[in-house]
Design a protein around this ligand. Structure first.
Ligand SMILES: [Zn+2]
Length: 223
C-alpha cells in the first residue's frame, strides 16, 4: 500500500486525462494524493467557443477549473508557478532541485509523471525529465517509485508494453467529471465527450475502453 502519491504534470487537465482513475483508486484506499501542477496552461490556444476568455483572464479560469478538478478527485494541489510553453526552456537542474525539495517534504512512496521524450508536448517531456531527475538526486533508499506515462502513438513499439496497467473502469464517471471541470478547453478534445450519450454506441464503447485503463512504465534508476 502506498504512503503518499505525488502526481507531477505541467497543465491543468493532464491529471484528469492521464491519471484520474488511478488517483481515485488511491483516494478510495485512503492514500493521500498531491498534484504538483507545473503551469496554469495560460498559453492555451483554446479560448472556448464562443470566445469568452482572453490571455489575461485565461489563467484565472484555468486555475479555478484546476481547483475544481482537484476537489472532484479529492486530492491536494500544489501549483508550481512555471509559465506555460516555457517549461522546456527552464534549466532542468533548477526545476529538478525545486521538485526534489518539495518531494523531500512530502516523502511520497510513488511519483506519477510523463515519460520524457514520449509525452508529445515539450512541456510534458521537460517536466517529466525534471521530475525523474529530482528523484534520481535523492538518496537511493529514500527514492519513491516513479511511474512514467508515455502518450506517443508508437510507444508500445519503442518502449515495449507498460508494466503497470491499472483497470480504472470503476472510476470512469469520476474521470469524466474531473475532465469536464476543464470547461475552457471544451471546444477542443472535450467536445466529443460532452455529448457522449448522443454518439454512436461504437464510439461510446471506444471512449469508455480508452478511459478505463491507465498505463505507466516503472522507471528504472539502475541504468
Ligand atoms: Zn498537458
Amino acid at each position: 500500500m502506498e504512503k503518499h502519491v505525488v502526481v507531477i504534470y505541467p497543465h491543468p487537465d493532464d491529471e484528469s486525462f492521464g491519471a484520474a482513475g488511478s488517483i481515485s483508486k488511491f483516494r478510495e484506499q485512503g492514500i493521500p494524493v498531491t498534484y504538483f501542477c507545473g503551469t496554469l496552461g495560460e498559453m492555451g490556444r483554446n479560448m472556448g467557443n464562443p470566445t469568452f476568455a482572453n490571455r489575461e483572464i485565461l489563467p484565472e479560469i484555468r486555475k479555478s477549473e484546476l481547483i475544481n478538478a482537484c476537489k472532484v478527485l479529492d486530492m491536494d494541489l500544489k501549483m508550481l508557478g512555471y509559465r506555460d510553453k516555457t517549461l522546456e526552456f527552464e534549466e532542468r537542474s533548477e526545476v529538478a532541485a525545486h521538485l526534489k525539495e518539495l518531494l523531500e517534504e512530502l516523502e511520497p512512496s510513488l511519483v506519477i509523471t510523463h515519460y520524457p521524450e514520449h509525452a508529445v508536448h515539450p512541456d510534458h517531456n521537460a517536466l517529466g525529465a525534471a521530475a525523474i531527475e529530482a528523484v534520481r538526486l535523492m538518496e537511493p533508499e529514500k527514492r519513491p517509485v516513479v511511474w512514467a506515462q508515455a502518450i506517443t502513438n508508437d510507444h508500445y513499439e519503442v518502449l515495449g508494453k507498460p508494466d503497470i496497467k491499472n483497470d480504472t473502469s470503476d472510476y470512469y464517471d469520476k474521470k469524466m467529471e474531473a475532465i469536464f471541470c476543464h470547461d475552457s478547453q471544451a471546444s477542443g478534445v472535450l467536445s466529443q465527450f460532452k455529448h457522449v450519450d448522443k454518439l454512436e454506441t461504437e464510439v461510446q464503447e471506444d471512449i469508455k475502453n480508452r478511459f478505463s485503463t491507465e498505463e505507466f512504465y516503472t522507471w528504472n534508476f539502475d541504468d
